[in-house]
Design a protein around this ligand. Structure first.
Ligand SMILES: *[C@@H]1O[C@H](CO)[C@@H](O)[C@H](O)[C@H]1NC(C)=O
Ligand SMILES: [Zn+2]
Length: 380
């Protein structure tokens, strides 16, 4: 048994070295007729089921924060019952709360193939922060980052049925149980708390939730002989969405050289969706402007401070989707519901879903879209 396990580990190591990175393109047919659109009402700012409940002040430790957290729990519980939900809690002093400990709650939702045991799954991890800034009073942070949270929620719902279909097909076909990465890959959503500084951004007054989570996962060991050593190691790609959803079409550079390949895939998908007429926002401008940048080009990877920092510091590959110039209303009271451009929010959701579907190699597993839903955009 022991020798067999050592041998199996060696084989696994070898396959991991030989294999290429995850990604299989979706067909035009899947993009046009199959992958579910965000539902029309999802992002209604007044009563839409996904976005509207997030458009409230949600400063850590306040009732608004807990209401939004409950909204995430209910959404996944009702719409995505195959996902595993958990919270990671911490507390910290802040420059504005004196001796009081402020509580932070990170929301975590995970789904991996049913045959994969804990410690052997690797994740595409979609991330946004849900807390809002302490000041100015009444600040909503619609682009920062209510809308990105909603984009991720809608995107994972769009690919959930295809994941079910794929994993059912793989199970029924039977496969070699020396699992390779492709057979062990899952998806994870992190909606993080305490990204914003209470007073002004410093290493200790910012990203409270992300710092706590990265440290805890770095120290949480999986059983010996697992594919991944720690919970942190099971993140294959950390995709962080921030300051998205205004109609300003601000360019998003490729920040990180080691994930430039994934940026290029997403940029390619953006261009395809535009060319196929599947975007609702009317802008002709490209968001991901650096698709043609070469691997030896300039990457300004240490400039942007955000939730990825403690993960990057521990070696987690990160795709950071944030514009280099911030939206006009950034950190102002004007970053409110009306500031959002809803077609842009929908398009980001679709782009995120399509990117995740390619990463998880879901081509061939999407059912045709119901006729009623097809009409609207199929005219395009
Ligand atoms: C985290 O905090 C929430 C909200 O207070 C609580 O319901 C939950 O039980 C806590 N979870 C853990 C793992 O401590
Ligand atoms: Zn902010």
């Amino acid at each position: 048994m022991r020798a067999w396990r050592v041998y199996a580990a060696l084989v696994l190591l070898l396959t991991r070295c030989l294999q290429t990175l995850a990604y299989a393109p979706l067909s035009d047919d899947t993009l046009k007729h199959r992958i579910p659109w965000p539902e029309t009402n999802d992002f209604d700012i007044h009563n839409g089921p996904i976005l509207a409940p997030i458009l409230v002040p949600r400063v850590p430790g306040t009732p608004g924060s807990l209401e939004v957290l409950n909204h995430f729990i209910k959404f996944f519980g009702n719409e995505l019952p195959d996902w595993t939900i958990s919270l990671q809690n911490s507390t910290s002093k802040t420059p504005t709360h004196g001796d009081k400990n402020v509580p932070f709650h990170n929301f975590i939702a995970t789904r991996h193939p049913p045959w994969v045991s804990t410690g052997n799954a690797g994740y595409l991890t979609l991330v946004a922060h849900y807390d809002s800034k302490y000041t100015p009073e009444g600040f909503i942070g619609a682009t920062d980052s209510a809308a990105p949270c909603a984009m991720i929620m809608s995107a994972v719902r769009s690919i959930d049925a295809a994941l079910t279909n794929k994993w059912a097909a793989m199970e029924s076909q039977g496969f070699d149980l020396d699992l390779d990465d492709e057979q062990s890959r899952g998806i994870q959503v992190l909606l993080l708390d305490g990204e914003e500084a209470f007073q002004s951004w410093t290493a200790t007054d910012s990203i409270y939730g992300a710092r706590s989570l990265a440290e805890e996962w770095d120290n949480t060991m999986y059983p010996a002989m697992s594919t991944h050593k720690t919970m942190l190691n099971s993140i294959e790609l950390f995709v962080l969405l921030d300051l998205l959803g205004s109609g300003e079409n601000l360019p998003i550079p490729s920040w990180m050289q080691n994930t430039h390949w994934s940026y290029q895939h997403m940029a390619e998908m953006e261009q395809r969706l535009r060319k196929l007429g599947l975007f609702k926002s009317d802008a002709k401008q490209t968001w991901l402007t650096e698709k043609e940048k070469k691997n030896d080009g300039v990457f300004q990877q240490n400039i942007m401070q955000d939730d990825h920092i403690p993960f990057v510091a521990r070696g987690v590959p990160t795709l950071h989707l944030i514009p280099s110039h911030f939206p006009r209303e950034w950190h102002r009271i004007g970053d409110n519901a009306e500031y959002l451009d809803i077609p842009t929010v929908e398009d980001w959701s679709l782009l995120t879903a399509a990117f995740a579907a390619e990463y998880l190699e879901l081509e061939g597993y999407f059912d045709p879209r119901p006729q009623a839903l097809r009409a609207a955009r199929d005219e395009l």
